[in-house]
Design a protein around this ligand. Structure first.
Ligand SMILES: *[C@@H]1O[C@H](CO)[C@@H](O)[C@H](O)[C@H]1NC(C)=O
Ligand SMILES: *[C@@H]1O[C@H](CO)[C@@H](O)[C@H](O)[C@H]1NC(C)=O
Ligand SMILES: *[C@@H]1O[C@H](CO)[C@@H](O)[C@H](O)[C@H]1NC(C)=O
Ligand SMILES: *[C@@H]1O[C@H](CO)[C@@H](O)[C@H](O)[C@H]1NC(C)=O
Ligand SMILES: CC(=O)N[C@H]1CO[C@H](CO)[C@@H](O)[C@@H]1O
Length: 551
């Protein structure tokens, strides 16, 4: 065969693959999960946790972009339960988002089958219980989304991958925490920090991770905790950053990374040090007493214990802000990009609307509440999305109680469902203002956004001159430093009902969240899937006839 014939054959094969991979349905992965209470002893005393299939953290969902993920969740708790999929965009499909505003909870003793696809997504994510304070009891687990075979990844395949779920841990049952918060109390200080469900490893404890000398490993690190920003580092090793919240980054090398509540990072670690044990460390940031958890990494075949001196953590806010400034999207890495219009050249799209959201803390009827622009969200019995779909939204909630400008400080706070509307496919700037003295972290479901700027004080239009309009890392969770602002931009091209929340879990529980209703006026299947046949019903929609389906 001449070389031309060969390339002709190759082209034909490629076209064949392209044709059939477009036509064939994406592979299905099935999971059956039982959710129940279990007991762990991370600090030597028994603590109740929520387990998935008797595991804490729960089992990994290891999948590839576009796979069909079918998870049948059996609730064996004594209370309603829902899982949500942090960072999975659920394109056209907020029916599967598993939030109190999109799904009826799974009653005790019953089950619900989620069916979703990580459409054009890659990266590291996690699932967690979305009702009330249940996340304080665990119930979370990792999600890995690999690139499809034909799509190049900007680094060589690692020898192995490790999921590292780090969190502050209160060691108080979620029901007790709920009672404390309901009675107007603040969340007390955490008991400590956990790494994959374990607290501090001591010299001589069993290793959690094994490395072979000379090889490269991917650590997928997510902060699944309730509040604390955590610094992640590995004794004697540097971290090559390759992914943030589902986007490939420029591969800068760091000694440690600040991971704020709800965020995920992937780093490559080369086992290039002398063969012995090393400590992997997660410690709290920005609090007076630093709390630290450790896990042991062992080079295979070694029996030399780790040295007890842990690498120091950074201490200042400025360090953290500068690290954020150093993050850059790898614009040349070919990867799945869920929203092409919003993804490329986002800096050249005209902003159609600016929404400023300010957080606040106040007492309402003597009880602690947190709000966004003066409204402290409360979940109605009928999920917002279903109320909207069944046309009973008018009796369940009012759209746009808040405006795009925060009210004057001191304005009375309203407790109500906080739902705003965003016009389908518009490009919007959101300014997250944090006038308070603790760090914030905000997550938006259904989307990935560009955090274009951060700065101290109050935001003004002048601050736009400081924006990164070229290569901000597209992501789902972003921090806002104390008495500072963060600006994000995105195209609202995913129809559905999407939660925007503080990842500081007591703030979220006591109202610092809202939902954004993005409706496609066409009610077309092109823009949004139909209500799934197995959707659970609750409250006043239980017996309502189904509205005409989208077409
Ligand atoms: C995870 O999925 C990837 C891609 O399908 C596969 O290559 C890998 O072996 C899987 N890993 C595990 C631990 O199952
Ligand atoms: C509950 O599980 C059964 C299989 O055991 C399944 O057929 C059914 O669809 C599930 N229910 C829901 C609401 O998904
Ligand atoms: C960006 O991605 C390209 C294409 O995959 C890769 O060759 C390059 O090394 C990456 N650049 C950095 C700095 O990570
Ligand atoms: C953005 O707005 C400017 C001024 O109104 C206009 O000239 C330009 O064409 C717009 N750009 C796009 C991409 O719509
Ligand atoms: C978006 C939506 O479905 N809105 C509905 C809200 O409720 C009124 C009736 O109260 C309907 O007319 C709207 O269609």
């Amino acid at each position: 065969m001449s070389s031309m014939d060969k390339s002709g054959v190759t082209l034909a094969v490629l076209l064949f693959i392209a044709f059939f991979s477009a036509g064939a349905e994406d592979p299905y992965l099935y999971f059956t999960w039982t959710v129940s209470y279990g007991t762990i002893f991370p600090f030597g005393v028994p603590q109740q946790v929520i387990m998935i299939n008797n595991q804490f953290p729960g089992p990994v969902i290891n999948c590839t972009s576009n796979n069909n993920i079918v998870v049948n969740v059996f609730n064996q708790l004594d209370e309603p339960f829902l899982l949500s999929w942090n960072g999975i965009q659920q394109r056209k499909n907020s029916w599967q988002d598993g939030m109190p505003g999109t799904n009826c909870p799974i009653p005790p003793g019953q089950n619900f089958t989620y069916h979703w696809q990580p459409k054009d997504q890659i990266g590291s994510f996690y699932y967690y219980p979305s009702i009330g304070m249940q996340k304080a009891a665990g119930g979370y687990g990792p999600i890995r989304v690999h690139s499809r075979l034909l799509i190049p990844v900007p680094f060589d395949p690692p020898a192995d991958e490790f999921d590292v779920l780090i969190s502050d841990w209160y060691g108080i049952s979620h029901k007790t925490l709920t009672r404390l918060l309901d009675s107007g109390r603040h969340l007390t200080r955490a008991r400590g920090v956990l790494i994959n469900g374990g607290a501090s490893a001591k010299l001589g404890d069993a290793p959690m991770f094994f490395l072979e000398a000379g090889k490269v490993y991917r650590f997928r690190v997510c902060n699944v905790g309730l509040k604390a920003s955590l610094n992640f580092r590995i004794q004697g090793h540097t971290l090559k950053l390759v992914e943030i919240d589902g986007s490939h980054t420029m591969q800068n090398v760091y000694d440690s990374l600040d991971v704020h509540a709800g965020q995920c990072y992937s780093v490559l670690v080369t086992a290039d040090q002398s063969p012995r044990d090393y400590f992997l460390v997660a410690s709290t940031r920005f609090q007076k007493t630093v709390q630290t958890a450790t896990a042991i990494i062992r080079y295979s075949g070694s029996s030399v214990p780790a040295t007890p001196d842990l690498p120091p953590a950074p201490t200042t806010w400025a360090w953290s802000l500068n690290q954020w400034r150093s993050f850059r999207w790898n614009l040349t890495a070919s990867a799945a990009r869920p929203n092409p219009q919003g993804s490329y050249h986002y800096g050249q799209i005209n902003i159609t609307r600016t929404i400023k959201l300010a957080s606040s803390t106040s007492a309402v009827d003597g009880k602690l509440r947190f709000a966004l622009n003066g409204v402290s969200h409360t979940d109605p019995t009928v999920p917002l999305k279903l109320a909207e779909y069944f046309g009973i939204n008018g009796t369940v909630f009012k759209y746009n109680l808040i405006t795009d400008e925060p009210p004057a400080t001191g304005t009375a706070v309203t407790i109500a469902p906080n739902v705003i509307t965003a016009e389908f496919r518009t490009f919007i700037e959101i300014i997250l203002e944090n006038p308070e003295k603790s760090v914030q972290s905000y997550h938006l479901n259904g989307y990935s956004f560009f955090p274009t700027g951060m700065g101290p004080g109050c935001w003004t239009p002048e601050n736009r001159k400081t924006y990164n309009l070229l290569d901000a890392v597209s992501r789902h969770t972003i921090q806002v430093y104390p008495r500072s602002w963060t600006a994000i931009m995105l195209t609202f091209d995913n129809a559905g009902m999407w939660n925007l929340r503080s990842e500081i879990w007591d703030r979220r529980y006591l109202g610092q969240q809202l939902y954004i209703s993005v409706l496609s006026p066409e009610r077309s299947l092109r823009d949004e899937y139909n209500l799934p046949e197995n959707a659970l019903r609750c409250g006043t929609i239980t017996d309502l006839p189904l509205p005409p389906p989208y077409s």
